[in-house]
Design a protein around this ligand. Structure first.
Ligand SMILES: O=C(CO)[C@H](O)[C@H](O)COP(=O)(O)O
Length: 227
């Protein structure tokens, strides 16, 4: 499940601009998705030119790309903290995000929230007035039907995410299932985030409320940084 239809050039601009914020000797959270991939590739080129960083990957996909780009990897458990994280988003409204189009939002939230500075990289198709994209909810295997009932109680329309090129549901890097839950327009993201987190069986949801420090928005004209 993927949001938006932004141009590759807009994504590239946002990713490359954010990568310039990476400083020597730092620990960098490496996001997941096509826009974050541009940032990872740019960091990799800087590493080739002598930049010394260690990456903490938010997914198997970003770990693989980081290795291909020559970025040394570490883990959250092995470091004192993360200096900077760069990650994509599926929708952005008033600084809040919906993430999880790549089913990586559990580790993404862990690492992005742990970072001293969290930079979001998106193309301008992701910006909206009010969050309304179906919210990805990672659930324990076996909990999907009871969690779906609780999501309906909250006014949502849950759909278990089906895999492509595999029979059955999507299974995340950490072995969880993903329910995409349509709540229509989310007027109070903080209230909904709290309610989702309180459901037994929910591992993590894709509402990222008040976590982003800067949002790099790529477009046909260049990059705007929203703070
Ligand atoms: O949250 C994510 C993965 O779980 C991605 O960051 C999000 O889906 C955006 O991806 P893309 O940059 O390819 O549009």
């Amino acid at each position: 499940m993927k949001a938006g239809d932004g141009s590759a050039e807009a994504k590239r601009r946002a990713g490359h601009a954010a990568a310039e914020a990476v400083e020597d000797g730092t620990i960098v959270g490496l996001g997941t998705g096509s826009t974050a991939a541009y940032a990872i590739e740019a960091i990799g080129r800087a590493v080739e030119n002598g930049l010394d960083v260690h990456g903490v990957a938010t997914s198997a996909e970003s770990a693989q790309l980081a290795r291909e780009c020559g970025i040394a990897l570490t883990t959250l458990a092995a470091v004192d903290g993360v200096d900077l994280a760069i990650d994509g988003a599926d929708q952005v409204a008033d600084g809040d995000l919906i993430k999880g189009g790549g089913a990586a939002h559990t580790r993404e939230k862990l690492i992005d929230a742990a970072a001293d500075r969290f930079l979001v990289v998106v193309d301008d198709s992701k910006l909206t007035e009010t969050l309304s994209w179906p919210i990805p909810v990672a659930v324990l295997q076996g909990a999907e039907s009871v969690v779906a009932d609780r999501l309906r109680d909250l006014g949502g329309e849950p759909t278990l995410r089906e895999a492509e090129r595999k029979d059955g549901p999507v299974v995340t890097d950490d072995g969880h299932l993903v329910i995409d839950c349509d709540f229509g327009e989310v007027d109070d993201p903080e209230e909904l985030a709290t309610a989702l987190s309180a459901i037994p069986g929910v591992v993590e949801h894709g509402l990222f409320v008040d976590l982003a420090d800067e949002i790099y928005v790529g477009s046909a004209d260049g990059v705007d940084v929203l703070r």
